[in-house]
Design a protein around this ligand. Structure first.
Ligand SMILES: Nc1ncnc2c1ncn2[C@@H]1O[C@H](COP(=O)(O)OP(=O)(O)OP(=O)(O)O)[C@@H](O)[C@H]1O
Length: 603
């Protein structure tokens, strides 16, 4: 057990990301921490040494301490303490007893449109609260949503909680990144982050749009063979509506994915709109709820501050907790700086033997959007596509490198959207049937033995300033809300979202409905070990086979037998030559001869 500061001990590593390692820890018995009991289990994110060694990061860490500590919401993992000890920086958080959303999706498959909308509505609630408090997440992705288990009416339901607040911004230190770099995860990065414009609260709404698309289709809308291609797709490609996505839900996704941040809805209006969509896309939705869902576009109100004329952006940045100077330092366009690759290895280390091409893919430049993506001669095999999509989903946070004016390396065209690649369980219409038209099957609830440090949402002092009217539609199996909510009122803009725990308007959706099939066999309950960087994996070519396709039956078996025989022969030789075996053998032969002589002489 390793001590952290004077108040905590680390017990077991839960996993490692690009910015640090998360440990299961405990409050020391003799320590007094406000809001935590002695001996209580906690999660401790120990930031990477490179970050902790950067004075700018330490300064921000201390400066943002109070902001992070006061960020409380039922759908946000609460930060309880920030520890600075020598060269160690750590955030102490509530320990959430459940998988992250990435893992859940990987194990259980996509959600129904209703379940996906209800889940994202809660994430949008969390974003709305944090934006109101001046904090932009900037690294929204399924891996940063933890699924706690809540007991509701005797049922265990999953409750999404957003984590890693402030981390991307901490890592975005001028000491770690340069002006042409940014921190983010390529698949979820907003266009303005990719090409170096200021990042406002709208980057989180964009990330929410990507996640929403992925939750219900099983894959993100923009993909590519390398981070650069993905960034280019964010910048240049228009998302396509999947055939099976209900129209109102697509309206929401499409608005969130607008290239212009000023056209994206606020997180508050997004949360409300998603609940209206969830209420209006079920087969048992009332005509009024259906109409309200079809008119959802009216509810998606953009942030007026973002639409303000040039010059107002600094105020906007300050309003969302950004230090304008820091944002300019990090995001300004600049010509390439020699040695950048080395510096960025601080965050995304590359093996020394990695070929240069691999390094440039980790830190790709983003040239102007291509006029027309050249067609690929031949698409990848379906399993390659699936594997790549799975990897992209859990892409780690990385520092991207944008160099808009620099010479770009030869590009691989982003794969165009192919409707045929839809997840098979996405049937036409909604609610969606499972494969072969079967109704969706509720996933087995994620179960893990209860622990003393388990997340207890009722402890959170979050007090919504204004509970929402109308409420959160209950979702039954098959994704039907039994009661349609009254239409969302657009005047609720910029107000704290409805919370949970006795506040009107919030009810946790049951099990987030119904992944329709298992994407792959269940993974062990152990926390995943850190994954190596994706680029290295991508480099691995599929095994090349000989062009000679002649097959000799039993050849493999014969080879195996021969190998065993050779090993046995070598073993016997070694035994004979390097052990006293020959001496014992002579003795045995001598005893045999004397016994035989004795027998022949007495017969
Ligand atoms: N508060 C928490 N309680 C329980 N487990 C947690 C908590 N925070 C993070 N974890 C788990 O720790 C592991 C590592 O988390 P981390 O945030 O470092 O990873 P990541 O989000 O994949 O990485 P990154 O965002 O840096 O690319 C994940 O498996 C995550 O589920």
């Amino acid at each position: 057990m390793r001590p952290v500061g004077s108040k905590y001990v680390l017990e077991e590593s839960l996993g490692r990301g690009a910015t640090g390692t998360v440990w299961r820890g405990r409050v020391r018995e003799d320590a007094a921490v406000p809001g935590l009991l002695p001996g209580q289990a906690v999660a401790v994110k120990v930031l990477r040494e490179e970050l902790a060694a950067d004075p700018d990061v330490v300064m921000r860490f201390l400066r943002e301490r109070s902001v992070l500590l006061r960020l409380t919401h039922p759908n946000i993992v609460r930060t309880r303490d920030l520890v600075v000890e020598g060269e160690l920086l750590a955030l102490v958080m509530d320990l959430v007893d459940g998988p992250d959303l990435y893992r859940y999706l990987r194990e259980s498959g996509p959600l129904s449109p209703i379940a996906g909308a209800l889940l994202m509505a809660q994430i949008a609630d969390a974003l709305a609260a944090s934006h109101a408090d001046g904090v932009v997440h900037r690294d929204l992705k399924p891996a940063n949503v933890l699924l706690a288990t809540l007991a509701v009416d005797g049922d265990e339901r999953m409750h999404p909680m957003l984590t890693d607040f402030g981390i991307a911004r901490l890592a975005d230190s001028p000491g770690i990144t340069r002006t042409h770099e940014f921190v983010g995860t390529p698949v979820y990065v907003a266009p303005e982050s990719a090409d170096g414009r200021p990042q406002t609260a709208a980057v989180d709404v964009y990330g929410a749009g990507i996640m929403l698309y992925e939750l219900v289709t099983g894959r993100p809308p923009f993909q590519g063979d390398n981070p650069l291609a993905v960034l280019q797709a964010h910048l240049a490609q228009e998302p396509q509506r999947p055939r099976t996505m209900p129209e109102p839900l697509w309206t929401v996704v499409e608005r969130c994915l607008r290239k212009d941040p000023a056209q994206r809805p606020t997180a508050v209006s997004l949360a409300g709109a998603l609940r209206v969509v969830a209420a209006g896309v079920g087969v048992h939705s009332s005509p009024a709820a259906v109409d309200a869902a079809l008119a959802v576009g009216d509810l998606l109100v953009p942030d007026p501050a973002l639409a303000a004329p040039a010059g107002a952006h600094d105020a906007t940045l300050a309003g969302v907790g950004y230090d304008p100077a820091a944002a300019t330092q990090v995001m300004a366009h600049q010509p390439p700086v020699p040695g950048t690759e080395d510096r960025t290895q601080l965050i995304a280390p590359q093996p020394p033997a990695a070929p240069p091409a691999e390094r440039t893919r980790v830190m790709p430049a983003v040239p102007p959007a291509p006029e027309q993506a050249p067609a690929q001669p031949e698409g990848p095999h379906p399993w390659q596509t699936q594997l790549r999509a799975a990897r992209d989903r859990n892409a780690q946070t990385r520092i991207g490198y944008f160099e808009p004016d620099g010479p770009g390396e030869p590009q691989v065209a982003p794969r165009p959207y192919q409707a045929g690649q839809q997840h098979p369980q996405q049937g036409g219409g909604y609610p969606q049937p499972g494969p072969g038209g079967r109704p969706p099957v509720a996933p087995p609830p994620y179960q893990r033995p209860a622990q003393d440090g388990r997340y207890a949402p009722q402890q959170g002092p979050y007090q919504p300033q204004q509970p929402q009217q109308g409420g959160h539609p209950q979702q039954g199996r098959g994704g039907r809300p039994p009661v349609a909510p009254p239409p969302y009122q657009a005047q609720q803009q910029h107000q704290q979202p409805a919370g949970y725990g006795g506040q009107p308007g919030y009810e946790a959706p049951p099990n987030y409905g119904a992944p329709q099939r298992r994407a792959e066999p269940p993974a062990p309950q152990r926390r995943p070990e850190p994954e190596p960087p994706r680029e290295r994996e991508r480099e691995r070519e599929p095994r090349r086979r000989s062009p000679n396709r002649m097959r000799i039956p039993g050849l493999g078996c014969l080879k195996g037998c021969l190998l065993v025989l050779v090993v046995l022969a070598v073993g016997c030789l070694a035994l004979w030559n390097f052990t006293p075996l020959p001496h014992y053998w002579d003795n045995v032969v001598g005893w045999y001869d004397s016994a035989r002589n004795w027998v022949t002489s007495h017969t």
